[in-house]
Write a protein that binds this ligand. Structure first.
Ligand code: ADP
Ligand code: ADP
Length: 221
């Protein structure tokens, strides 16, 4: 292959900005898979794989899992058949080394199409993360106040148990924001220089952010 263009969307924003929520909504609309490196690590953790055990020590501290491991994992994921038309990247790349490696991976297919930055201030991000609840079975994302499930503690989609991620406790959240500003925020300049950065206001309701994202992916095609 290497002849056809693909749609790679890189979602940027602080932890809690709404990347995962939007990626899950966009999956259906754009007919592209969401690739969440955080979800892949958590899946491996749940199944006690070697990768999961390694990732845990970093995730518990709110630090980044080493690039080598993370990049290889994304390469493997992108080689799967459901990624044949592109992907919605949620939580990867997260530093410049990963961004450059990702550019190399997708260069044969037209490169990254668009990098939407979902902006949100830190205080609101902390409120979102500390109230976040996730379905143990399917990974669907809720918020105790802003996006509650119909029945408290149960997933609307499959009735799975909703839990709070270990790294969503206030102590870890502050360190994750620090890591974001130090390592991930430089990607804003990186994609801006490539003329594919588009900023949108993440403080709006989920549906409004979604509509804007759909419009800007359409426009970029
Ligand atoms: P990220 O993947 O960027 O860390 P999530 O999509 O997991 O962010 O969202 C973080 C939390 O905020 C979740 O509890 C989610 O339900 C909630 N949330 C997401 N988008 C919005 C929004 N636009 N308004 C209010 N709450 C939101
Ligand atoms: P959030 O959406 O709240 O930012 P994620 O689910 O994306 O959280 O990530 C959770 C944790 O998984 C991170 O704090 C980090 O330890 C690890 N992780 C996820 N993506 C990456 C990545 N691209 N590189 C390194 N570590 C990652």
């Amino acid at each position: 292959m290497g002849d056809g263009k693909r749609t790679y969307v890189v979602l940027l924003g602080v932890p809690g900005a709404g990347k995962g929520t939007q990626a899950r909504l966009l999956e259906e609309k754009l007919k592209l898979p969401q690739i969440s490196t955080g979800d892949i690590f958590r899946y491996n953790l749940k199944n006690q794989t070697e990768l999961g055990v390694l990732a845990k020590s970093y995730m518990d501290q709110g630090a980044l899992v080493p690039d080598e491991v993370t990049i290889r994992m994304v390469e493997d994921r992108l080689a799967q058949p459901d990624c044949a038309a592109g992907a919605i990247m949620d939580g990867f790349p997260r530093n410049l080394v990963q961004a450059k490696a990702f550019d190399t991976m997708v260069a044969p297919y037209g490169g990254v199409r668009v990098a939407p930055l979902i902006s949100l201030d830190d205080e609101e991000a902390v409120r979102r993360i500390t109230g976040r609840r996730v379905c143990r079975t399917c990974g669907a994302v809720y918020h105790v106040d802003f996006n509650p499930s119909e029945v408290a503690g149960k997933c609307d989609l499959d009735g799975g148990e909703l839990y709070q991620r270990d790294d969503d406790k206030p102590e870890t959240v502050r360190h994750r924001l620090y890591v974001y500003y130090k390592q991930t925020a430089p990607l804003i300049g990186y994609y801006y220089a490539k003329s594919i950065l588009v900023e949108l206001d993440g403080a709006q309701p989920i549906e409004s952010v979604y509509e804007q994202l759909v419009a800007l992916v359409d426009k970029s095609s």
